[in-house]
Ligand binder design. Sequence first.
Ligand code: SF4
Length: 322
Amino acid sequence: MHEADELARSRSGVTGSGGIILSVRCKIRMSAAGVHLFDRVSGTNVLLDEVPVPAEQFSAAPRYLSVALTNACELRCNYCYAPKHVAALDKERVLKWAIELDAAGCLGVGFGGGEPTAYRRFAQLCSDITQSTSMAVTFTTHGHRLTPRLVESLRGVVHFVRLSVDGVGSTYERLRGRPFEAVVRAAALLGSLAPFGINAVINGDTVGELDDLAEFADKAGASELLLLPEQPTAAIPGISDADAQRLVEWAAAARIGARLAISRTGLEAALSTAEAVPGEHPLDAHMHVDAMGFLRPHAYAPKGLSVGGSIMEAVHALRGAR
Ligand code: SF4
């Protein structure tokens, strides 16, 4: 789960240009909002909004693509929206898509699932994309497959990681069916790998633990706490209005060390929360590919287009259908 929130993240947000130093590998994206500079290593975004960009020079790719590499996951969270049938994408196909998207101005690809670390040759895919493109490579994980060996194989080839932690202590253990201590160890491993954030699904079970989650994120050294109001699925109704209101009130008063982000409508909305580009159409901000190879506006969208030989052809077709 949580593939869509794997943003080509910003630790500083889209900012003005004053005083920010970018690496020579900075990537450029052009849009109606201006010229967007992105450095995947530092996570810095700069939007030169005073620069007019002719429409014919707009980057054709979405700013960010989330990819469900596989539907496989050994956990059984009752709020999971990932399909349960067996499906996984071909590694070479994903690499080809990434190269195509990179050339068309996409800033980042984020892997989810299912559980992306259950995907065969996951580290090799991350490495291939990082070597072949200038996009940020990110992933969201439940953390229970992370080992020192896997972390070592991912070193230098991923730019940000999101760890899913829904509640703390016994709440986490009840919801995720795994020891809380294990996810604490996972956070420590990630801290040695790359900048990372904590994701938390907020529902009636976890809304009372927001202070504890914030404390956990701070202590773990996370740079972001992303709160995801539970979405309805066939099995559950989603967060109640009362709990959503509690979340809003908590967020308004929260003072935490990590950057706080909240998805309003689902995981993909968190993308624009993190790097809001003024006036950006949702399909310019983000698209999603599921584990069957269908391109969708977002992970919850009921319909998608099968991606054939070219993902940019599918991107254009999806835009044409809007
Ligand atoms: S960790 Fe839970 S929510 Fe995420 S994919 Fe697995 S079952 Fe679904």
